[in-house]
Design a protein around this ligand. Structure first.
Ligand code: C5P
Length: 218
């Protein structure tokens, strides 16, 4: 059905990886196609929400009718999110943010040989946790995080719910045959009320089921 149950609501979604420069030609990153976040943004827009999508580098085109902000680093993503979080009713953090970044990216390409030491030991510093930072700042927002896990999926999701102050954590299995780059996904949604498992289905159907779940609780 074509439910327009998000008319008048603002939804913020983060998606994709972040990339953290080592030098002008190299970076650290995470595996992420951005598909899950893009499907959540599209589902919310179909249901009538005004959507802001903040995404790291992905091969997906800007979805029609959705304000899409392209960023590269975690710090850029945080700045973009800070610009629209206060207005959001629902904030979904589906991005695979790099936990660490090179402390001092080189201005010029590091050369094998002459820069061997610098290449062998890249000093890292912690990135801001965008989800945890925004959850601390929340007023009316429903805050949703993701937990991509290879093992102890639900247990880790429950820890993440508490540690980050999210209202929901969507846990998905990313091991062999898992969610990376796939068009479908199998998730468990964890909240203070309990947990709900969803059978494997398209990321588009998972996105609608997740929105149903959040709205059904309100
Ligand atoms: O700790 P972990 O990276 O597994 O947590 C995943 C959740 O936290 C996801 O919702 C992700 O978007 C969010 N996150 C974030 N900023 C970070 C790390 C993770 O927003 N620096």
């Amino acid at each position: 059905g074509m439910s327009r149950d998000l008319v008048g609501k603002k939804v913020l979604v983060t998606a994709g990886p972040t990339i953290e420069p080592i030098d002008p030609v190299r970076y650290l990153s995470n595996r992420s196609s951005g598909k899950m976040g893009f499907e959540i943004a599209k589902a919310a827009a179909r249901r009538g929400a005004e959507v802001s999508l903040v995404t790291g580098p992905v091969s997906l085109a800007d979805p029609a009718g959705i304000e899409t902000v392209r960023v590269e680093t975690a710090r850029e993503m945080l700045a973009a999110v800070e610009g629209c979080f206060d207005e959001a009713d629902i904030a979904v953090f589906a991005a695979a943010v790099a936990d660490m970044r090179p402390a001092a990216p080189a201005a010029k390409k590091l050369k094998k040989g002459s820069d061997a030491d610098a290449l062998a030991r890249i000093e890292l510093v912690e990135n801001p946790d965008i989800l945890a930072t925004m959850a601390r700042r929340k007023s009316k927002q429903v805050v949703v995080g993701f937990a991509a896990e290879t093992d102890d999926v639900v247990e880790n999701a429950r820890k993440k719910l508490r540690a980050k102050g999210a209202d929901y954590v969507v846990a998905n299995f990313v091991g062999e045959g898992g969610a990376f780059d796939a068009d479908d996904n199998e998730v468990v949604v964890v909240s203070a009320e309990g947990e709900r498992s969803y059978p494997r289905s398209s990321k588009s159907a998972v996105a609608d089921a997740l929105l149903d779940h959040i709205l059904g609780d309100r």
